[in-house]
Design a protein around this ligand. Structure first.
Ligand code: ATP
Ligand code: MG
Length: 651
């Protein structure tokens, strides 16, 4: 258990010099919802004030800050010109190309206007969609900010996706223009984007009129005459562009972003403008403890929700500089992120548990080679953070490591420790308590009843309306939105997260896995997460995935795929057998024989989405001899192949 220094207070507390207890703060956010959010709304600027804080006539479709006019780009860029025009806004670091460059708010303002002028010249207007298919380069952030500046709706598609995934998103979002680049780089290899984009447009029924190409000079490509535009030439013609912000209604969609696709067909999450701006600005203070003028480093990718909320919008809305990083956590070596922390005096860092697990396999000395004194904490989100990894990471960097739980849909955390309100101890294995604004409930899956006693497992749900910043609907499909998220308990406006959790007597939640990751062994319902926790506490284990596989006798049995810290430990069949036995014994002792995996297999890597999430559904399908389904979001196909090969061999 780690306690944060009490000295870290949000600015509002420093101003008023009083510490509301988190419980009071939380209660007020629920019981006095409108006055609470009206106060938070003062963190951003409104061109016209809102008439109503929340129109929740239909709690599934709330309109936050109804009647207000604002603009995300104004709040992220223009407003900071008054106080911090020459301070850093965007810090770009590429360990792939060696390029490092900083833009001040003034410079960012100029770049975004140039970009917006290009879009306008191509006829992009308010409400039009612009698809951004880009590597991690500054132009991707300029493009996003330029879109919201003119009221266009961006849809960033992760640059690692190939043509099929891209074409289905083109057809769904129907962009008038696509912004792309010649190539990205990953692990020293050039990954050409243009052929994939051309193929995707070929495959799609919808044809975007224009493609704006950023040429990094990494790979040759052939522009399509009449369609493709060269960004450098277009920009050069508009160096002094002045493009005012388009004031849009608070409910105006700012972007569409597809979920990670871990469990199936990705959903186009539609976000509003005013609610999102307020939610992010507030979260920077209350959850992430970042002050204006400080530096924030999120290692995510702009193609994911963390990239939207905490590389681009959250930090900039708060007047905090943001680091955008192209590269791996381990190249040229595992010190690269920590060198960035030292060099740019990063105050707050945000990453994913998968990155911590990658670092765990590296030389720990790399993590302490640099001066990390500016860093307050490392936040991790996106998948379960097991206790051993959290402890290891925290000890390795000597800083608090703080888990938080959320979804693409919510745009910001549902469960967290709000240290900016009142510092609270971190409990490893738990992402913390219900975040202000989220009326979190635990629901018994069979009865639909609410679970009020501590330590009982249920589905994590939120009583509607969701707070500001969450999804408005599924793009173009209100019916799918209602059916998917709001139909778990008939007659109640309850948003289902599709994750299992328990709450302890102090209000800390523990995530037990996704509702479709439950294993049913001879009538016992087990969360895969519980078994994974137990296995990962074995000293030899770096990473593990547990899944339920159909079994004629027991219905389902648990199967574990384990990545070892040192692969040599299981190189010989006899050693592997011994280790399998030891791991099974550990589960027996910790959880009981019923949870013991029927088989433990050793692999060198696990199949994951490009955002670092385990693809259990695909592994399960392969184990059961079924078609793994939609794999467009998978990272390294070699990982799934390894499992296929293993299963093909003797059992
Ligand atoms: P899809 O919805 O398309 O299947 P996805 O759910 O993986 O994909 P995201 O929105 O990126 O897409 O991920 C949200 C999910 O990630 C959560 O519902 C939860 O299962 C998991 N998650 C996020 N943060 C945490 C955390 N701190 N601890 C445990 N699980 C987490
Ligand atoms: Mg999901």
């Amino acid at each position: 258990m780690l306690t944060l220094p009490g000295a870290i207070k949000s600015q509002s507390q420093q101003e008023t010099n009083q510490m509301p207890s988190y419980t009071d703060f939380y209660r007020r956010s629920i019981d006095e919802r409108d006055s609470f959010w009206a106060e938070q709304a003062a963190l951003i600027e409104w061109q016209r004030p809102f008439d109503q804080v929340c129109d929740a006539t239909d709690p599934r479709f709330p309109k936050w800050f109804a009647g207000g006019l604002t603009n995300l780009c104004h709040n992220a860029v223009d407003r900071h010109l008054r106080e911090r025009a020459d301070q850093a806004a965007l810090i770009f670091v590429s360990s792939e190309t060696g390029v490092e460059k900083t833009w001040s708010f003034r410079e960012l303002h100029a770049e975004v206007q140039r970009f917006a002028a290009i879009l306008k010249a191509q006829g992009v207007g308010c409400g039009d969609r612009v698809l951004i298919y880009m590597p991690m380069i500054a132009e991707a952030a300029f493009a996003m900010l330029a879109c919201v500046r003119i009221g266009a709706i961006h849809s960033v598609v992760f640059g690692g996706f190939a043509s099929h995934a891209l074409s289905s998103r083109i057809d769904d979002a129907q962009p008038v223009l696509v912004v792309s680049a010649d190539a990205g780089m990953r692990g020293g290899k050039v990954v050409a984007y243009k052929p994939l984009l051309d193929e995707a447009i070929e495959l799609a029924s919808h044809k975007p009129a224009k493609v704006l190409m950023v040429d990094r000079g990494l790979v040759d490509f052939a522009p399509v005459p009449g369609r493709d535009l060269d960004f450098a030439a277009e920009r050069a013609a508009r160096m002094d562009a002045v493009v005012p912000c388009e004031w849009v209604d608070s409910a105006h969609p700012s972007y569409i972003l597809y979920t990670s696709g871990t469990t199936g067909r990705p959903k186009g999450v539609q976000r509003d403008t005013g609610g999102y701006a307020v939610a992010l600005a507030a979260s920077m203070r209350h959850i992430y403890m970042a002050q204006p003028g400080e530096t924030f480093f999120s290692t995510s990718d702009i193609g994911w929700v963390v990239g939207h909320s905490y590389i681009v919008y959250g930090p900039l809305l708060n007047g905090t500089a943001t680091v955008m990083y192209e590269g791996l956590p381990t190249r040229p070596d595992a010190a690269v992120w920590w060198r960035i922390v030292e060099q740019y005096k990063v105050n707050v860092m945000f990453s994913a548990p998968t990155a911590a697990r990658v670092l765990k396999k590296q030389d720990p000395a790399c993590l302490t080679r640099h001066d990390l004194s500016s860093l307050k904490a490392l936040f991790l989100a996106g998948e379960p953070l097991d206790e051993p990894t959290a402890t290891w990471m925290s000890e390795a960097i000597g800083k608090p490591v703080i888990d938080n739980y959320w979804q693409t849909e919510t745009g910001w955390p549902i469960l967290a420790i709000c240290n900016g309100v009142e510092p609270a101890p971190t409990r490893y294995g738990s992402p913390g308590m219900a975040v202000y604004g989220f009326d979190v409930r635990l629901i018994d899956e069979t009865s639909g009843e609410e679970i009020t006693e501590p330590n009982h497992k249920g589905v994590i749900a939120v009583q509607g309306p969701l707070p500001p910043g969450c999804l408005q609907t599924v793009w173009g499909d209100d019916e799918r939105y209602v059916k998917t998220y709001w139909s778990s308990v008939p007659g109640r406006a309850l948003y289902s997260s599709f994750d299992w959790g328990v709450r302890d007597a102090d209000g800390y939640y523990f995530i037990l896995g996704r509702t479709d990751d439950v294993i049913n062994v001879a009538g016992h319902r087990l969360g895969t997460r519980e078994i994974e926790e137990s296995i990962s506490s074995h000293a030899a284990v770096a990473e593990v995935a547990v899944l339920g596989v159909a079994d004629a006798l027991k219905g389902q049995v648990a199967m574990a795929f384990v990545v070892l810290k040192d692969a040599a430990l299981a190189a010989e069949p006899a050693d592997a057998l011994k280790l399998e036995g030891a791991i099974m014994k550990q589960v027996d002792e910790q959880l009981g024989a019923v949870a013991r995996p029927a088989r433990v297999r050793f692999v060198s890597l696990l199949p994951k989405t490009r955002s670092g999430k385990l693809l259990r559904r695909a592994m399960q399908a392969v184990c059961e001899g079924r078609d793994p389904g939609d794999l467009t979001t998978m990272d390294d196909p070699g990982a799934l192949q390894q499992i296929k090969d293993l299963l093909g061999g003797p059992d």
